[in-house]
Structure formats: structure tokens, C-alpha cells
Design a protein around this ligand. Structure first.
Ligand code: NAP
Length: 337
């Protein structure tokens, strides 16, 4: 049976998701929309000929009888109250990252879901659906390089808009590494440290770029990540896991190696949307299929909470210039099922 979806937040990624659900994926139809910008949402609804009902109030959309499941792609600070409304209505919900902008908010989602008695929330950490990360995880799980000891990562963007300031490198950008590395290593983090690099002249006002994050896991694995969001040269995601017997790298996105005009070269992507475009499709198709079966098999509310708590510890580590313990609540047995 086709899933009737309501979408809250119809900005950049909300529109992308609606288009992929409507034009590429199977098993779901967008029937309801909500955004604080009503006029733009109505215009999008008309331009895409969605025929969806546009709601002024997200609560009315969540509780509409003809909406089976929700997709939240509003801005981060609005996620918590919108998610709580979905859980209160007992409806499955896919929420873009970050699940919440605070650890306490993340825990409130976890508690609400446990109280409800059934998993409803999935978080949009799409890297778990990337073919390269999946291949890397298979290699690690097979024991090919032995036990993981260290991980070296880089998250580079060519540039970021003026509104990207302060700690967004940690809360908006690094949050992807936070989730995918926990999943890759089957491990949790215990401490965080953040050091600022020599400031690039391309850092705009309100941004110190690049920075380096150091995480330590429960098993003692050390992870270093360079976050360089105005690197100029490309959207470049690197990950190398060093094990007891060898090292395994995240594969580079496919590009045609050129030998041209006296040079041998490979392309580097410039646009983040291109890098993970296939994983968004896989992520949402799997979510639709799982939701139809009444299951949540992707990143859970617990993973969303863990990511927010780790990002919060990173922000604190940056502020204090110290090594900050990552304090996590007891994991409800509910999430081990
Ligand atoms: P965006 O273009 O600013 O879209 C957010 C939309 O939500 C805007 O239309 C905004 O309206 C609207 N909005 C804000 N508050 C709202 C509320 N209370 N209720 C309903 N709508 C509300 O941002 P975006 O790039 O699409 O990002 C949206 C979310 O997706 C963020 O959490 C972001 O971190 C996440 N994201 C994830 C990925 C990924 O790789 N997984 C990539 C991009 C974005 P106004 O424009 O009027 O404020």
C-alpha cells in the first residue's frame, strides 16, 4: 500500500526529498506540506504539480487522518517539537540531521519514543547508505585489516555561505562523521578535543577555519578529523582506518582519470549534493520500505541523541580548549532489540 507522506520543512533538502519521492522512488506519495514560508511552499506545490494540501500548522498536518508518516526537513532548532508531535501521534517519522540541536532535546525524543513503546524515529544520516562507506564497513567487519586502532578523516567543502558561522562546523558538518564513524567502528566515543588550525584567509567573519577534532572511543581508537569548510578546491570526504595489519580507505567517488595536455589528473567534486546523491535515494527508499513493514532499521533516535551529545561535547571542548568527557545517558534496552 502506498505510504501517504506529510513533509514539514520545504526548503532546499525538503524539496530535493519530495522530488526524489515523487519522481524516482516507489511506495510513497507526498500528500501534505508545511513550512513557515507558506507562499513559497504553495508555489513549489503548484510548480511540481504535487496536489498536496498545504498546512499552516505542522500539528494539524501531523494529526491529519490521511497522513501515514512524516518527513521533517525544517531547520534544526524546530526538529524537537515537531518530532515530539509525531511520536505523540504514534506516526513513523524520518527527520533530517541533526535530530536535535541539544543533547537534552535528543534525550527527550528518546524518552518519548520509549514511553510510546515502539520505534518511530529515523534520522537522516545518509552516509550509512553510501556504497563506499558500506564497502569500508564490510572490510572492517570481515577483519581484513585486524582490529581498528586509528582513523584519519577530512571533511572539506569548497566554501560555505555567510550564515555558516561559529560552531556549525561541529554541529552541522562534523555531525555526519560523528554518526558514520560510530556505525563503522561499532564503538562509542568517550572524549573530545578540538583544536583550531592556522586561520585561512578565506574564513569569513564569524568563522575560524580549519579546525581539527580528536575523538577517543570506548575501545581506545583515536580519530582525528580535519574540518575545512572553505578549502576552495572541492567537496572532499576522506576516511582512512588504520588497523593492526593494514589500512583501509573510503573509496574516492568515480571520476574519469584524464591524461591531457601534458598532465594526468582525476576530478574532485565541488558540490556536496553530487557526492551523496545515490545514498539519499537508497536511504529514503529503504525508509519507505521499512515503514510499510512497521520497522525502523536505519539510524534511530538513540543514534540522533548520541550525535547531539557528542557534538555538544565538541563545542564545549573547543570553548575550554580541553579534553572533554562525552557523557551519555544509560541506553534503554529498547534500542538493543
Ligand atoms: P533550508 O533550505 O533553510 O530549509 C529549511 C526550511 O524549513 C526552510 O524553508 C525554512 O523556512 C523552514 N522552516 C524553518 N523553521 C520551520 C518550522 N518551524 N516549521 C516548518 N518549516 C520551517 O535548509 P536545508 O538545507 O533544507 O536544511 C534543512 C535540514 O536538513 C537541516 O536540519 C539541515 O541540517 C538538514 N540537511 C541535511 C543534509 C544531509 O546531508 N543529510 C543536507 C542538507 C540539509 P525559512 O526559509 O522561511 O526559514
Amino acid at each position: 500500500m502506498e505510504l501517504r507522506l506529510g513533509v514539514i520543512g520545504c526548503g532546499a533538502i525538503g524539496q530535493d526529498h519530495i522530488k526524489r519521492i515523487t519522481k524516482k522512488l516507489t511506495g510513497a506519495r507526498v500528500v501534505a506540506l508545511n513550512d513557515i514560508n507558506l507562499a513559497a511552499t504553495q508555489a513549489f506545490n503548484d510548480a511540481e504539480k504535487l496536489g498536496a494540501k498545504v498546512y499552516e500548522n505542522y500539528n494539524d498536518l501531523v494529526n491529519a487522518a490521511d497522513v501515514d508518516a512524516l518527513l521533517i526537513a525544517s531547520w534544526g532548532p524546530a526538529h524537537e517539537e515537531q518530532l515530539l508531535a509525531c511520536v505523540a501521534a504514534g506516526k513513523p517519522v524520518f527527520c533530517e540531521k541533526p535530530m536535535t540541536t541539544s543533547a537534552a532535546g535528543g534525550l527527550r525524543i528518546v524518552e518519548a519514543e520509549v514511553q510510546h513503546g515502539k520505534k518511530l524515529v529515523q534520522v537522516g544520516f545518509m552516509r550509512r547508505y553510501d556504497a563506499g562507506y558500506r564497502a569500508l564497513k564490510q572490510t572492517l567487519d570481515a577483519g581484513t585489516i585486524g582490529e581498528a586502532l586509528m582513523v584519519h578523516c577530512a571533511h572539506r567543502n569548497p566554501s560555505v555561505p555567510e550564515m555558516y558561522v561559529g560552531d556549525m562546523a561541529l554541529t552541522d558538518t562534523f555531525v555526519h562523521e560523528i554518526d558514520v564513524l560510530r556505525w563503522l567502528l561499532n564503538d562509542d566515543y568517550v572524549t573530545a578535543q578540538v583544536v583550531e588550525g592556522r586561520k585561512s584567509k578565506h574564513s569569513h567573519e564569524g568563522l575560524h577555519d580549519p579546525i581539527m577534532v580528536l575523538l577517543e572511543t570506548r575501545k581506545g581508537i583515536r580519530i582525528d578529523t580535519e574540518i575545512f569548510v572553505a578549502c576552495q578546491f572541492g567537496y572532499d570526504i576522506q576516511c582512512q582506518v588504520v588497523g593492526e595489519m593494514g589500512a583501509a580507505n573510503l573509496p574516492e567517488p568515480q571520476s574519469i582519470p584524464l591524461r591531457l595536455a601534458g598532465r594526468a589528473s582525476d576530478g574532485i567534486l565541488m558540490d556536496w549534493k553530487q557526492r551523496f546523491i545515490a545514498s539519499y535515494d537508497v536511504e529514503l527508499q529503504e525508509w519507505i520500505d521499512d515503514t510499510q513493514r512497521g520497522e525502523v532499521n536505519g539510524p534511530t533516535a538513540w543514534d540522533g541523541y548520541f550525535a547531539s551529545a557528542t557534538a555538544e561535547a565538541c563545542v564545549e571542548a573547543r570553548r575550554t580548549k580541553g579534553i572533554v568527557p562525552i557523557t551519555i545517558a544509560d541506553k534503554p534496552a529498547f534500542y538493543n532489540r
